[in-house]
Design a protein around this ligand. Structure first.
Ligand SMILES: Cc1ncc(COP(=O)(O)O)c(C=O)c1O
Length: 439
């Protein structure tokens, strides 16, 4: 597989001796920890193509990626899945229209709805909490039967705990109702390369975005937008240009470009090994530790079942030089990638075996997630005059900015919703003690 962006940038660095253009570091070495990469950080010079009007090396590289992911078209994002979500939603849903969405959406989706003034009909499944909506095909079918004027369905899978929706079944329902399925697959770029291809594009999604940087060896900000349905392909770059920076990072583009080489040659074997190592790890550590079922790269420990809060387990691991992706009162999430080797797995196993467990089942403080009442449009609330007040005093007020911590960046209360007692309890559980409300 070709790596046209990497090849161009390397050749450019060798042949051009004076850069009279941006970026201001001029590709020269500084006494800086990141000095080595400056020379490869260029701008849209002659021959370097242009992300939103790609017809050269970027187009060629994106076509390589489309082939690898089996998509009709793939485009790169250097603004992460955040830009991917803005792009895919604006490509499929007109301004002011209705969209059905699983509630565990990332803040980027809610903010996109504010920008496009969308009316969101939220869906939650059984035993939903803030992070896992657990929506099924039946939940989506019910929503589509009720909301005949919805333009699209939007789901997030895998979620932050690694739990996955049945994309195939949901996509069949969407096809029956003739609405596109949009998938936030930020945590699942690797799914296309497992022994069983579980990528949303192969399971029937119309458009999806993947944060390549989360589970593949790609620099932060590198992401894909994959399109299966031709209808949305032609104008996708125009939509992206509305939201993205006009100075996309060539370092990130190089990294996405080089990842194609990895995806073609090494990823399947590496992931196959990772799958084996992950099941061996779970077997070795259980029943002392228990795990949430889901995506193979997410190791989500139900630490409360071993008598430790998720935060406590994360602290114990940090003391042993291991930093986790996310923790809350019940769970600790560790995110693996095809790059983690035997030594990494052994280090985690040894550490977990040495962490003392009280072995008392901690009380699972389950506050049922009940959708708060909608009082204003997301757009009006987001852009209204607001004030920050203690959560304790917010009952009855309308949320202005999505109430959320990052990670996981999934709002408990969305802009425009009325804050009720139940939401206040959930906010406090997530350590959120102040909230922006409409004045
Ligand atoms: C589910 C989900 N969607 C979207 C995003 C945004 O992705 P990015 O950081 O690549 O912009 C995140 C980031 O954590 C996420 O967890």
């Amino acid at each position: 597989m070709t790596t046209p962006i990497v090849d161009f940038v390397e050749k450019y660095d060798e042949t051009i001796s004076l850069r009279l253009h941006m970026p201001g570091h001029k590709g020269k070495c500084f006494i800086s920890p990141v000095a080595a990469v400056h020379s490869l950080d260029i701008t849209e010079v002659c021959g370097a193509d242009s992300l939103y009007e790609a017809d050269g090396i970027i187009k060629e590289s994106e076509e390589n990626a489309a082939e690898l992911f089996k998509a009709h078209k793939t485009i790169y994002s250097t603004g992460g899945s955040t830009l991917g979500i803005q792009t895919m939603v604006s490509a499929a849903v007109p301004v002011g229209a209705k969209i059905i969405a699983a509630r565990n959406a990332h803040r980027a989706f809610v903010n996109t709805c504010a920008l496009l003034d969308l009316d969101v009909v939220w869906v939650t499944g059984e035993n939903a909490d803030v992070i896992s909506s657990n929506v099924t095909a039946k939940d989506i079918e019910n929503a589509l039967c009720k909301e005949k004027d919805a333009y699209a369905v939007y789901i997030t899978t895998p979620d932050y705990y690694g739990r996955m929706c049945n994309v195939k079944a949901i996509s069949e329902v969407c096809k029956k109702h003739n609405v596109p399925l949009l998938v936030d697959n930020a945590h699942g770029a690797h799914l296309a390369f497992l022994r069983e291809n579980l990528h949303p594009i192969s399971l029937g999604a119309d458009i999806c975005c993947d944060s390549a940087h989360k589970t593949l060896p790609v620099l932060t900000g590198g992401a894909y937008i994959h399109i299966a349905n031709e209808k949305y392909a032609e104008r996708i770059k125009e939509k992206q240009s509305v939201f993205g920076s006009s100075s996309p990072s060539y370092l990130t583009l190089c990294s996405l470009d080089y990842c194609n080489f990895f995806l073609e040659n090494s990823v399947k074997e590496a992931l196959c090994e990772t799958e084996k190592k992950m099941s061996a790890l779970k077997e070795r550590l259980s029943p002392a530790w228990q795990f949430v079922d889901g995506d193979v790269l997410h190791l989500t420990v139900e630490s409360y079942k071993s008598g430790l809060s998720g935060y406590d387990l994360a602290d114990r691991l940090r003391e042993r030089g291991i930093e986790c992706e996310y923790a809350d009162d019940l769970y600790t999430v560790m995110l693996f990638s095809p790059i983690d080797n035997d030594e990494d797995f052994e280090k985690l196993c040894a550490a977990m075996e040495n962490i003392p467990q009280p072995r008392i089942l901690l009380y699972k403080d389950e506050i049922p997630f009940i959708l708060p009442e909608k009082a204003m449009s997301i757009r009006s609330a987001t852009f209204s005059e607001s004030e920050k007040i203690p959560v304790e005093k917010a009952e009855g007020r309308i949320c202005s900015l999505n109430a959320v911590h990052c990670p996981p960046c999934v709002p408990v209360v969305v802009a425009g919703e009325k804050i009720d007692k139940n939401s206040i309890n959930i906010l406090k559980k997530y350590g959120i003690f102040e909230i922006n409300v409409v004045k």
